[in-house]
Design a protein around this ligand. Structure first.
Ligand code: ADP
Ligand code: ZN
Length: 606
């Protein structure tokens, strides 16, 4: 380890209170300290920010951090202040007075991190002035915003190459949690004059449990799930604004502190709800996907999807907001045929070129396949991002809560129906043939007299549709392409049809499944004895009181992870508290005395 990397590691402990680097961090920090250009692709919660925070501390020079969300820069500055790192933000929302103070800090040379929006950085020759004031590095957060292939393109990001030049061609660190190859190549080309060092970290988030359920009685399903997590923070994503409001009201009636959030809410109310979510424990945010980007609350314990997400990237990003602290977190995704049809329609009706439409259709099919996955979900999810892995052993499929059966004969019926109808119809039509539904279209095509017509009439259409989706997901069927894509049988499908291969699929019960009970995964407090649990809740209440007094988010005082360790180790003096995860010098001085006193008092109780 170089001396500078050793210094970074020492700062990790003394400033942030963390014992070691997380996987991937050390290599990136070393490259950044060596003055190299770096593109770091790491999943949410893996600790990307540390990769520019530590170098700024070690160098003692100014790093300019570009971040797309003005509203959240203040939080970042506050978080830095809480551990004693001099940071500030220049953006259009700041008052003149605030801006003056920032300029004073900049001239004094004390500042280590300056958070700036891309549009601000382009105006008034700001970049040139920052260069004169000693900016030594540029960090670009959410770097996928530069790419049109990403899901969050922002034109202002296109100017970053120019900004970099104006800053004096400083070493640049681009950070993103977006995986796919095209976006990555696009980022490299647009941000860097020559090839940067690229670090791609595994996208697996082993602490996040993956669960899916077919929609049955969605409110009840969600209510049961939430019931396992009373007092914890979580997010429930909905596909429409209206649904966030009705669901939030429903949860509220059932005793949860649930708040709606969507872009149509009055801005003040939106801010209020977001603050409540950040500052208090136990708030359930019922939101559209407008909520969440840049929210770095580490102790979100669950994420639900009340409706099927639009694509796998979105799904991954949204569930990724759970469990950033590395403690167990849970997810539940509900899906139904109506969702799938709705999403299809949305894509069909979009005013976009056909090529784009086809890409979106393929992405939707991948999401559907994940819902229907007959084997390990994590494996399927990681495979989508080009990562090979084994069975995870703890998703709902691996855990065996999703039953599979030898579906070879059912599959043969469905595949044969596809064959006999000429390999050009979609899933709905094939299910109609199997179920023996007497429709006009079927008659017109003469398909009511096929041998396979009605061969599966003993089962509901729902079962056949699920089976067809699963065959598609398993690669036994594929899309024909063209303007009205149908399904055709692949080589693998033929092997099944002619009995050379068998296939196991998820059993879709003939009758509607019972509501999936929310048996919670081993909770975050697992491993604590009863007294420890009580102490943990006691410390949480203390933290909430301090957070309220100071008007900051609870996790800025100490994250759950730290309180859990306190409840386990029960330090009663500052020397012992210093050893606890997440306790750096600044927080030790600011909050240490109150917490050790509280622990001592708690233990002294009869
Ligand atoms: P990202 O930007 O990748 O989503 P963050 O930078 O917000 O993730 O980090 C997520 C959480 O992990 C933060 O609370 C951060 O303080 C914490 N963290 C970062 N590095 C470490 C580490 N080496 N050890 C323990 N916790 C860490
Ligand atoms: Zn699994």
């Amino acid at each position: 380890m170089t001396a500078r990397l050793a210094a970074a590691r020492a700062a990790l402990k003394s400033v942030f209170g963390y014992d070691d680097f997380r996987p991937g961090q050390a290599e990136i920090v070393a490259a950044v300290l060596a003055g190299q250009d770096v593109l770091a692709v790491m999943p949410t919660g893996s600790g990307k920010s540390m990769c520019y925070q530590l170098p700024a501390l070690v160098d003692g020079a100014l790093t300019v951090v570009v971040s797309p969300l003005i509203a959240l820069m203040r939080d970042q500055v506050r978080q830095m202040a809480s551990v004693g790192v001099p940071a500030a933000t220049l953006n259009s929302m700041a008052t003149d007075e605030e801006a003056l103070e920032v300029w004073r800090l900049l001239r004094s040379g004390a500042l280590r991190l300056l958070f700036v929006s891309p549009e601000r950085l382009m105006t008034d020759g700001l970049a040139v002035r920052l260069k004169e004031l000693g900016a030594r590095r540029l960090a670009i957060d959410e770097a996928h915003c530069v790419s049109q292939w990403g899901h969050d393109f922002r034109p202002e990001y296109r100017e970053m190459a120019r900004v970099r030049a104006a800053l004096g061609d400083v070493p640049t660190l681009a950070l993103t949690a977006t995986a796919d190859e095209t976006t990555r190549a696009d980022i490299t080309e647009r941000l860097f004059p020559k090839k940067p060092q690229v670090f791609v970290h595994s996208f697996d988030r082993p602490n996040i449990a993956l669960r899916f359920a077919a929609k049955d009685q969605p409110r009840r399903q969600l209510g049961d799930f939430l019931g396992g997590y009373r007092g914890e923070s979580g997010i429930v994503y909905c596909s429409s604004r209206k649904r966030t409001e009705t669901l939030a009201a429903y949860f509220k009636d059932h005793g949860f502190r649930a708040l709606p959030y969507h872009a149509g809410l009055d801005q003040r109310l939106r801010g209020k709800h977001q603050d409540a979510f950040l500052q208090e424990d136990g708030v359930v945010m019922v939101a559209t996907v407008a909520f969440g980007m840049g929210i770095n609350k580490p102790d979100v314990r669950f994420v639900c999807h009340a409706d099927m997400p639009a694509n796998v990237e979105g799904y991954y990003q949204e569930i990724g907001r759970a469990g950033r602290d590395g403690l167990p977190a849970d997810t539940l995704t509900l899906y139904g045929l109506d969702d799938m049809a709705l999403r299809r329609r949305q894509i069909d009706e979009k005013d976009v070129p056909n090529e784009r439409r086809r890409i979106e259709q393929r992405k939707l099919e991948a999401m559907i396949a994940l819902c229907e996955a007959p084997s390990c979900r994590r494996q399927a999810l990681l495979a989508y991002f080009g990562e090979a892995s084994g069975r995870c052993g703890h998703c709902d499929v691996c855990a065996g809560t999703v039953a599979t059966y030898d579906a070879t004969i059912d599959a043969q019926k469905a595949l044969s129906a596809v064959m006999r109808t000429g390999q050009r119809f979609g899933a709905g039509y094939i299910a109609d043939v199997l179920g023996g539904r007497d429709s006009d279209a079927l008659r017109r095509n003469g398909h009511h007299s096929l041998k396979t017509f009605g061969i599966g009439a003993d089962r509901p259409q729902r079962v056949w549709r699920s089976l067809i989706r699963q065959l598609f997901a398993a690669g036994a069927l594929e899309e024909t392409g063209g303007e009205y894509p149908g399904l055709r049988v692949t080589g693998k499908g033929e092997a099944i049809l002619f009995g050379r291969e068998t296939i196991a699929l998820r059993a879709e019960p003939d009758r509607r499944p019972r509501v999936a009970r929310g048996e919670r995964v081993a909770g975050a407090t697992g491993g604590l004895d009863p007294q420890g649990q009580d102490l943990f809740q006691h410390l949480r209440a203390l933290r909430a009181a301090i957070a309220r007094d100071e008007g900051v988010a609870a996790f800025i005082i100490f994250p759950d992870r730290t309180l859990l360790e306190m409840a386990r180790l029960r330090p009663v003096d500052l020397a012992a508290l210093r050893l606890v995860h997440g306790v750096g010098e600044r927080k030790l001085a600011a909050f240490g005395p109150v917490f050790v006193k509280a622990i001592a008092e708690f233990l002294g109780k009869p």
